[in-house]
Ligand binder design. Structure first.
Ligand code: GUN
Length: 294
């Protein structure tokens, strides 16, 4: 029987740890603050931003949320970020993605001060991660790293196969897991949509990380016995037997793969809940000046 990696429980443990850290730093007269920008009316983004706001409130971090209409110009977005970059009371800046099509996402991410880039998407932080320097690491990969660490899954010399090469998950998790340090040190393969046969790679994985956004792409026959599986996918599939008319599944066929895996994250309740805890951890690291010293 596979161990079910309980991201909900670990995230809740971390939330308690962060609350204690916030109390500590607040007692020293520093009040951590996260600024969030949401442009447009995307329902999922609205929900994510609300959860982030609530999390901050629960643990005593100040949050400011600016909700702007779809018609907001790129210049207006850049002005808001500039204001937050220069505001000494703001420790972290998050621009919820995706942005409306008329706004250049790279330009916006590049405008965020690297020292307040708690999403870890600025090229300076990406470069620091690749170079093995202190950096902000994107929240979902950091959440995966923390789950593996807390479940004491030893990665040294293990073959980690990452499916997906996005800037948000695939590329940063590959870089994190290949670092020469005690909780990583893995041999990493990244495969993606250009692979003629993804299963050629996934079958070799000691640790499989699926982050492609393709419902139940990875089947039982695509993995080997004893694999550790981290499923990052959050996909809605039609299911008329449910009240909502859909259910949420990962990139992995859980029923099949869990029969062969030694450990596996469920969807929902695996990687998902970790992301928000890592965002707040990054915000606290910024307030504590752990990454950028001044
Ligand atoms: N949209 C989906 N995932 C993310 C994330 O990790 N950060 C931001 N800013 N937007 C997202």
């Amino acid at each position: 029987m596979a161990i079910i990696i309980d991201g909900k429980k670990i995230s809740s443990d971390i939330k308690n740890e962060l609350k204690a850290r916030v109390e500590n730093i607040t007692a020293k007269g520093i009040k951590p603050k996260l600024a969030l920008l949401l442009v447009g009316e995307d329902a999922a983004s609205q929900m994510y931003v609300r959860s982030k706001e609530r999390y901050c409130n629960d643990i005593g971090i100040e949050s400011v949320v600016l909700r702007m209409p779809n018609t907001t110009t790129e210049e207006e977005v850049l002005d808001i970020i500039d204001k937050w970059n220069n505001d000494k009371t703001v420790n972290g800046i998050l621009v919820q993605l995706p942005l409306p099509k008329h706004i250049n996402e790279s330009k916006v991410l590049l405008s965020i001060s690297p020292s307040k880039d708690v999403d870890g998407f600025h090229p300076e932080n990406v470069g620091r991660l690749v170079a093995g320097l202190p950096s902000y690491v994107p929240c979902t990969p950091l959440g995966i790293y923390e789950l593996l660490k807390r479940y004491k899954i030893n990665l040294k010399g293990k073959h980690c196969v990452v499916v997906g090469r996005s800037n948000i998950v695939g590329k940063p998790i590959a870089n994190l897991l290949m670092q020469k340090e005690p909780n990583a040190n893995a041999i990493v393969t990244v495969c993606h949509s250009a692979a003629p046969d993804i299963s050629y790679y996934t079958k070799q994985a000691d640790v499989l990380i699926a982050a492609v956004g393709s419902p139940e792409l990875i089947k039982g026959e695509d993995v080997k016995e004893g694999v550790v599986v981290i499923d990052v996918g959050i996909n809605r599939v039609e299911d008329l037997s449910t009240e909502k008319g859909y259910r949420v599944v990962g990139d992995v066929n859980f029923a099949e793969v869990s029969k062969k895996a030694s450990a596996i994250t469920p969807v929902p309740g695996g990687v998902g809940p970790m992301t928000i805890s890592m965002l707040i951890l990054n915000t606290l690291r910024s307030a504590e000046k752990e990454v950028y010293k001044d």
